[in-house]
Design a protein around this ligand. Structure first.
Ligand code: GLU
Ligand code: MG
Length: 437
C-alpha cells in the first residue's frame, strides 16, 4: 500500500500519557520551528479519558513544538509500520513556555539546580512492568525460565530502545507474576525524562507487535508487589567533575548531595501526589513491598524512599563517578518530567535552606513505635491519593515552585480522575489502571 511516513509530536502530560499529533516526516524542519497546534483543555483529559474541570474550557490555542533532538525512529522489521516520534515543549502562541507543559517545568527545575548549586543532574529511570493478563504459574521470580519465556520480546525491546537512542542496560525477570524490569544508562538534563517517556511507549509497542499487552500500572493485585519507577540521580559540577560523593561525610554523601536529599525527604509528603499520582499508587506504597512507606534515606535499603545505591568500584575516583542515589516513591502513572521536576525542586529547596546531611536508616521502620518514629523525624507517607493531594495543595512552598496556575489545574485534574473511580472497588480500580498504563 502507498504510504507517506508520519512523525508523532508528543507531550508527556499530567495524566502520564504521551499525547500529540502527527505530521509528515518531510515537514520535520518546518514543524521543529513552528510546532503543531494544541489545545489547553487537553491537559484535563484524565488517564480514563474523562475531562476534568478545566479553567480553559473551549478557549485558547497553544503550540506543541517537537524537539528534533528527541526524534526516535524504530523499525521493528516486521509487517508493521516504522514508528517515529519526537517529544516537544508546549508554548503559548508567543513562544513562551505554557504553565502546564511538564517538559518546560522540568527545564525550570534543572535551571534552578544550576543556579543554586552550579550542578547538572545525571539520571536514569529504572522501570518495572507486567504482562497482562499475568501468567499465574508460580516459581518464575528471577529465573532463567521466566526470562526465556520473554527472551524474544526482550531482544526486540533492546533493539528498539537502541534504535530510539536509549542505552539499554539490563533486562530481568522481576519478582511478581509476569513482572520484568528494564534499566537504561544514565543521561543528562531533560533527556532522562524524555527517554523514560519513550521507554514506556516503546515497551508497550514492542509487546503489541508480538500480540501481548505490557502494563506499567503501579499495581495490578493488592496482594502482590507493585511496579515501581526508581529514579537514579547524581550530579556533576560546571567542570563536568562528579559532585555527589565525598568519603569524609556519612554514607559518602557530599554536603550538597546531603542537602538535596534532605530537601526531598522534607517535602516528600507534599510531592508524592506528583510522583505517585494514581489512586492505586497508594496500594503499592505500603511496608514490605520494597517500595517506600516512610520519608527515610536508606543505605542500600530497598524499603526506603531514597536509597544510596551500591558501587562496584574501589578507588575513590571511580567510586565518585559511580556513586548515585535513587528515588523509589514513584511510578509510571506520573509524567517522568513532572516527577523529576518535583524531586529536583525539593532538592533545590534543601540546598537553598542548607539542610544538614540526613542520617541513613538500615532497619525496618514499620516495626518502630510511632513516638520513636516521630522523635527521629520520620513519618508515614500519605496513604491515599486524596491525602497526598491535600498535602500538595496545602504546601505553599511546594506549589510555589511551579508556574502560576499549575497547581489548580493539577488538583482539578486529579479530582476528575478520582471521581471517575468513585463507584469501583479495589479490584476494578487496579484493572482500570492496568488497562490505561
Ligand atoms: N517492585 C518494587 C517497587 O514497587 C521494587 C523492587 C526492587 O526492584 O527493589 O518499587
Ligand atoms: Mg526492581
Amino acid at each position: 500500500m502507498i504510504s507517506d511516513p508520519l512523525v508523532f509530536a508528543a507531550t508527556s502530560d499530567i495524566a502520564g500519557k504521551m499525547r500529540g499529533k502527527a505530521f509528515p516526516l518531510s515537514h520535520v524542519e518546518k514543524r521543529s520551528g513552528r510546532g503543531v497546534g494544541w489545545t489547553p483543555t487537553n491537559v484535563q483529559i484524565t488517564c480514563f479519558d474523562a475531562i476534568a474541570e478545566s479553567p480553559f474550557g473551549a478557549l485558547g490555542d497553544l503550540l506543541l513544538v517537537p524537539d528534533a533532538d528527541t526524534m526516535a525512529t524504530v523499525d521493528f522489521d516486521d509487517a508493521g509500520p516504522v514508528e517515529r516520534m519526537a517529544i516537544g515543549d508546549i508554548t503559548n502562541l508567543d513562544g513562551a513556555p505554557w504553565a502546564c507543559c511538564t517538559r518546560s517545568i522540568l527545564k525550570q527545575a534543572l535551571a534552578r539546580l544550576k543556579r543554586v548549586a552550579g550542578l547538572e543532574l545525571i539520571a536514569a529511570f529504572e522501570h518495572e512492568f507486567q504482562f497482562r493478563p499475568t501468567m499465574t504459574a508460580p516459581g518464575q521470580a528471577y529465573t532463567l525460565q521466566g526470562f526465556t519465556r520473554r527472551r524474544a520480546f526482550a531482544e526486540a525491546l533492546m533493539a528498539a530502545l537502541a534504535q530510539a537512542g536509549l542505552g539499554p542496560d539490563t533486562f530481568m525477570k522481576e519478582y511478581g507474576p509476569d513482572q520484568y524490569e528494564i534499566t537504561v544508562t544514565p543521561t543528562r538534563g531533560v533527556t532522562p525524562a524524555d527517554q523514560a517517556a519513550l521507554l514506556r511507549e516503546i515497551t508497550r509497542m514492542t509487546a503489541a507487535r508480538v500480540g501481548e499487552q505490557a502494563t506499567f500500572a503501579p499495581i495490578l493485585d493488592p496482594d502482590n508487589v507493585g511496579n515501581g519507577v526508581h529514579i537514579h540521580m547524581s550530579f556533576v559540577d560546571e567542570t563536568g567533575a562528579p559532585a555527589t560523593y565525598d568519603p569524609d561525610h556519612p554514607a559518602g554523601m557530599s554536603p550538597v548531595t546531603g542537602s538535596f536529599i534532605a530537601g526531598v525527604l522534607k517535602y516528600l509528603d507534599s510531592i508524592l501526589a506528583l510522583t505517585a499520582p494514581s489512586d492505586v499508587s497508594y496500594l503499592r506504597l505500603t511496608p514490605h513491598r520494597w517500595s517506600a512507606a516512610y520519608n527515610n534515606l536508606g543505605f542500600r535499603d530497598r524499603e526506603a524512599s531514597l536509597r544510596i545505591c551500591p558501587v562496584t568500584a574501589t578507588d575513590p575516583e571511580s567510586i565518585a563517578k559511580q556513586y548515585n542515589f535513587e528515588f523509589r516513591a514513584g511510578d509510571a502513572a506520573a509524567s517522568p518530567h513532572l516527577a523529576l521536576a518535583a524531586i529536583v525542586h525539593a532538592g533545590c529547596q534543601g540546598i537553598e535552606d542548607a539542610l544538614p546531611i540526613p542520617s541513613v536508616t538500615e532497619e525496618d521502620l514499620s516495626t518502630l513505635p510511632p513516638a520513636e518514629l516521630e522523635a527521629r523525624g520520620y513519618a508515614r507517607l500519605p496513604q491515599t491519593l486524596a491525602e497526598a493531594l491535600e498535602r500538595f495543595a496545602a504546601n505553599a512552598t511546594v506549589t510555589g515552585w511551579f508556574p502560576e496556575g499549575f497547581a489548580e489545574v493539577y488538583l482539578a485534574h486529579k479530582k476528575g480522575e478520582l471521581a471517575w473511580l468513585r463507584d469501583m472497588d479495589t479490584a476494578a480500580r487496579c484493572a482500570a489502571y492496568g488497562t490505561t498504563y
